[in-house]
Design a protein around this ligand. Sequence first.
Ligand SMILES: [Cu+2]
Length: 134
Amino acid sequence: MKCWKQSLAGVMMLCFFLLPSQVQATEEAARVIHLYTIEHNATINGQKAEVYRWDPGQIVVKKGETVSLHIHGFHGKEHIFSIPKLNIKGKVHKGMTTTVTFSADQPGTYELICHNHFTSQQHGPMIGYITVID
Ligand SMILES: [Cu+2]
């Protein structure tokens, strides 16, 4: 069971490494929203702990609105991410900005998933939420 999970994780990581490092599109009159990759640290019972998060962790957009999401790499070497419901994949590097532009055509919650920091063992879960309203 553990071997199967490791193999699946390896295949998923390989797929993301083969993707372009940035997903970009240009749209006029796009609403610009800035997101940051943030690391939180603490020492608990003498042990260092760290977690990564998107900041802000939730954004709200309107259905059909063109949004230009500027993701700034503040902490962490890299964050390979996807927004599955929007078919968006990309990568954020420390010190760089990755921009993705989208327009969601259905209300709902869209997850922004960092695949480097997906589980608690990987200092996650680093998952942001894009709430699309009517
Ligand atoms: Cu991450």
